[in-house]
Ligand binder design. Structure first.
Ligand SMILES: N[C@@H](CCC(=O)N[C@@H](CS)C(=O)NCC(=O)O)C(=O)O
Length: 200
């Protein structure tokens, strides 16, 4: 198997952290992973990464599908609860963190447009989404050790990737002051080898 994706893509990082936590060895292919190019579209018609190319050349996308699959490959460190409300809750955390990242991606894309075409309203609306997601995550986490309570899970990985992305690409955004619970979680996550070894 190989994973198409770049080192600074937060969705790719989520997959890489899952691989590290599951002790699975999958090669990262950065060369073939320029988003929107023909080589990526050959494997993912949406032209996005991450994309996991398997032994028989079949491919999996997007990151949520990939990590769900990877979690089934090894019993080491189960990251997604097997069923029911717990499973839905973990996937809900992931949807929230990924939604925050989608808003970040939209802001960065808009900022790249020429000044005359750039929509300040769109950027403001996406920032509103980022702030609302941060508030929801901080409130849901409360004083728990991890997002799902006492157990580390995919939810923490997704939230950690979102927070790290804010630190790398949105340094002007002070997410720490109003979100003490997330600060505590973030510090704990950075101490894990899977996070430390995948720093962009
Ligand atoms: N929902 C997707 C999001 C992936 C995504 O947005 N990837 C971006 C990079 S951060 C991309 O490849 N964009 C290329 C494009 O839209 O052309 C996932 O979780 O995999």
């Amino acid at each position: 198997m190989k994973l198409l994706g770049s080192l600074n893509n937060p969705f790719v990082r989520k997959v890489r952290i899952v691989l590290a936590e599951k002790k699975l060895n999958v090669q990262l292919d950065v060369e073939e992973a320029v988003p929107g190019t023909l080589s990526v579209r050959t494997h993912n018609p949406l032209g996005k990464t991450p994309c996991l190319v398997m032994e028989d050349d079949a491919s999996l996308y997007d990151s949520r599908v990939i990590v769900e699959y990877l979690d089934t490959l090894s019993p080491v460190g189960r990251l997604i609860p097997p069923s029911g409300r717990e499973r839905a809750a973990a996937k809900g955390w992931e949807a929230l963190a990924d939604g925050l990242l989608d808003a970040c991606v939209a802001i960065l894309a808009e900022r790249k447009r020429p000044d005359a075409q750039r929509s300040r309203d769109l950027i403001a609306a996406q920032f509103e989404t980022v702030h609302a997601a941060l508030a929801a995550m901080d409130q849901q986490l409360g004083e728990q050790l991890f997002c799902m309570g006492v157990n580390f899970s995919l939810a923490d990985i997704a939230v950690g990737c979102a927070l790290c992305h804010l630190d790398s690409d949105f340094q002007e955004l002070d997410w720490r002051t109003a979100h003490a619970n997330l600060v505590r979680l973030h510090e704990k996550l950075l101490a894990r080898p899977s996070f430390a070894d995948t720093q962009p």
